[in-house]
Write a protein that binds this ligand. Structure first.
Ligand code: FES
Length: 94
């Protein structure tokens, strides 16, 4: 894989952080949106998905564990945080 291409699509980061998606842990770049994290995990799948990447299509929705509840967020507009738990995601991301 061409590493220069990867440098261009991700915001600069020094380390990977751990997020949990539907029970599985993944390492994703800090300082990036959840959607970029998903792209980091599965470059081809997310790169080819029909997504606007700018907050308009609403197809990138994920649900994040928030105490005993979960809250919906647009993955293209929400940055990853270490230990974040994503419980569900929209059809377009699966
Ligand atoms: S990718 Fe379209 S709203 Fe997030």
């Amino acid at each position: 894989m061409d590493n220069n291409y990867l440098k261009d699509i991700f915001e600069p980061y020094d380390r990977l952080i751990t997020i949990n998606i539907c029970g599985t842990e993944y390492q994703v770049p800090e300082n990036n949106t959840i959607l970029r994290g998903l792209q980091f995990i599965d470059l081809e799948r997310i790169s080819e998905a029909e997504l606007c990447w700018n907050g308009e299509c609403l197809d990138c929705q994920v649900w994040i564990k928030n105490g005993d509840k979960e809250k919906a967020a647009m993955s293209c507009r929400t940055n990853v945080t270490d230990g974040m738990i994503i419980t569900r995601m929209s059809e377009a991301l699966r």
